[in-house]
Ligand binder design. Structure first.
Ligand code: KG4
Ligand code: ZN
Length: 342
């Protein structure tokens, strides 16, 4: 017997997404970004995001069905991101999911966006529980021990900005395009990471908590110093600042990961493994540093392909399927939650 066909919907930030997943097969995954809509505002505008999600979720669903060559009636259950995120967007998804569930007479399951990211490594790899996960995106940064579809232990996380946010702000400070991560990484490639001494926030404190807002302030100060001294930034200055910033983020993430690994290994997992999720996982300095660390400490490292690391609905459908298999069902009382810690 085939596993159920799950329709997943995601609309918690600035990507509208629909996907069809059966077991561990992604039959379709449609993601429509909103970068263009928010570009002139210097950040995601919640009201604009919500309106765009409401307008596009049905079109994304239609396209996913077309891509998979399946009729809507083939869907066995609807999984939707019910938080955490920008409330207007989450509400748009939850309302459409309820309407689909009611008209099709199929089960509804609300999924925590973070659980979606955290379970995705199991969609693409035979990864047994418990594994260690570093979630690093534009909105999130935390270490989780993933023990089951509904069982997570948070070992620590950022106390201010997420790393992706820091990359985006650094790009803005240096006049680079958004999203900042890829732009800063490209500039950093030709830069000298040692010319500017940037801080390594919270490394002096025990535990797995992180902080990134001071780093971006340090970049701002260095830029203002250069502007005051020489009237502007050269290509070289920009590259060196990007390299220094990226090296600082990577150092902090790798060192805190070392501590998270120690806590995780303390439990003596049968098959120690670590994975990474979120858009910042695309950064090769950060990813490479963590891969090396895993090799040194005897952890298997596995990471989903990038399209499944960034926001998407396949992860929501997959996590929804895992919850359904554990008997989780929601009804019309399912609410959208702006905050929802795992
Ligand atoms: O997971 P994601 O697509 O969206 C959420 O934040 O939920 O992550 C987007 C973030 C952005 O802040 C972007 O600048 C960052 O991931 N990012 C990167 C890279 N590619 C994307 N950060 C560093 N290096 C990259 N290569
Ligand atoms: Zn996300």
């Amino acid at each position: 017997r085939l596993p159920p066909l799950i329709l997943g919907l995601e609309s918690s930030c600035d990507d509208t997404a629909a996907a069809l997943v059966r077991g561990r097969t992604v039959l379709a995954s449609v993601v429509v970004g909103q970068t263009d809509l928010h570009a002139s505002f210097g950040g995601v505008v919640p009201e604009i995001a919500a309106r765009a999600h409401a307008e596009r979720l049905d079109l994304c669903t239609e396209r996913a069905l077309q891509d998979a060559g399946l009729p809507l009636a083939a869907v066995d259950a609807i999984a939707v991101t019910a938080g955490p995120g920008l409330i207007g967007g989450v509400l748009s998804g939850v309302m459409i999911a309820k309407a689909l569930s009611a008209t099709l007479g199929k089960p509804l399951v609300g999924v925590n966006h973070l659980a979606g990211h955290a379970l995705t490594p199991r969609l693409t790899d035979d990864l047994p529980f418990p594994y260690l996960l570093l979630l690093v995106s534009g909105g999130h940064c935390q270490f989780l021990v993933v023990r089951g579809a509904q069982d997570f232990t948070r070992l620590g996380g950022t106390i201010d900005d997420a790393p992706g946010e820091a990359f985006d702000k650094t790009a803005r400070i240096l006049g680079l395009p958004q999203p900042g991560g890829p732009a800063v990484e490209a500039e950093a490639r030709g830069g000298d990471p040692e010319r500017f001494a940037l801080p390594r926030p919270l490394l002096d404190r025990p535990g797995c908590d992180l902080s990134f807002s001071g780093l971006k302030t340090a970049v701002l100060r260095a830029r203002d110093g250069l502007v005051a001294d020489q009237g502007g930034l050269t290509r070289r200055d920009r590259a060196d600042l990007c390299a220094a910033f990226q090296a600082a983020v990577a150092d902090v993430l790798v060192e805190k990961t070392r501590r998270a690994i120690a806590v995780y290994l303390d439990e003596d997992p049968a098959e120690p493994a670590m994975s990474i999720a979120g858009g910042v996982a695309a950064n090769s300095a950060i990813r490479g540093g963590i891969e090396t660390l895993c090799a040194e400490t005897g952890l298997r490292f596995t990471a989903p392909p990038l399209a499944l690391c960034t926001d998407n609905a396949a992860m929501i459908a997959y996590a929804g399927g895992a919850l359904l298999a554990e008997g989780v069902r929601h009804d019309m009382s399912l609410s959208a939650r702006p905050r929802w810690p795992l």
